[in-house]
Design a protein around this ligand. Structure first.
Ligand SMILES: *Cc1c(COP(=O)(O)O)cnc(C)c1O
Length: 211
């Protein structure tokens, strides 16, 4: 994984340390996360509040680790999410931003953007991003890091490229630094298009159980 990230960074003249590797541990039990932590990983991504709520205490203390929520967040779970996560990458409405802000603890957030017309996908429409960014900037407890997206799935990484480029342009237009984009199969393309965070599960931990 290090080799893939470094090679993609080098190809585009970027530094390796501009890119954060987020280890996506959804559906893997706490001991797997613990082992990854012992090996030196510090950024972890989880998709479900309820799942991580159970695993977090099993993990024990992890000084220096940061846990990112990368799955859709319903506003009725915002209290728990603000408690157990360090970064919520999937803020997609002003209402959700306000709920998280009202929890009263400092929290890093990102705006999830939906760049394709897929029905099933969460995220703010690109045209709604400026207003959402403004709403978040008005929330004293929230620190806005940048934008996150997940293109329609394709095993051809080149198909993701236009979405990644679009996210980069949207972030620049809104004065935002971080771009969370790229997964196991398209992280090189994402890095070439400016990703500062790649979210990698399968390529680190193998296939997830299906349920
Ligand atoms: C599961 C997931 C990932 C990781 O996907 P892999 O293909 O296993 O690397 C990244 N981002 C999000 C939002 C996910 O749900």
């Amino acid at each position: 994984m290090e080799a893939r990230i470094s090679a993609a960074a080098a190809r585009t003249g970027r530094r390796r340390d501009e890119i954060l590797l987020i280890a996506v541990t959804k559906k893997f039990p706490a001991p797997v996360i613990r082992e990854a932590y012992e090996l030196g990983l510090r950024e972890f991504g989880e998709n479900y509040v309820q799942e991580f709520e159970v695993k977090r205490p099993e993990l024990g203390p992890c000084p220096g680790a940061r846990f990112h929520l990368i799955g859709h967040l319903q506003s009725n779970k915002s209290k728990k999410a603000a408690e157990i996560f360090d970064v919520v990458q999937t803020v997609d409405t002003p209402k959700l931003a306000r709920r998280l802000n009202d929890e009263g603890r400092p929290l890093d957030v990102m705006v999830e953007v939906k760049l394709s017309a897929e029905e099933a996908k969460a995220g703010a429409a690109p045209e709604d991003v400026p207003a959402l960014v403004e709403a978040i900037r008005g929330c004293g407890n929230l620190r806005l890091l940048g934008l996150m997206t997940m293109p329609p799935w394709s095993d051809d990484a080149e198909k993701s490229r236009p979405y990644f480029a679009q996210l980069r342009e949207l972030a620049a237009a809104n004065g935002l630094r971080h771009l969370s984009m790229g997964m196991s199969h398209d992280l090189e393309t994402a890095i070439e298009e400016g990703a500062t965070m790649v979210r990698v599960g399968t390529a680190l931990f193998g296939p997830r159980r299906k349920d």
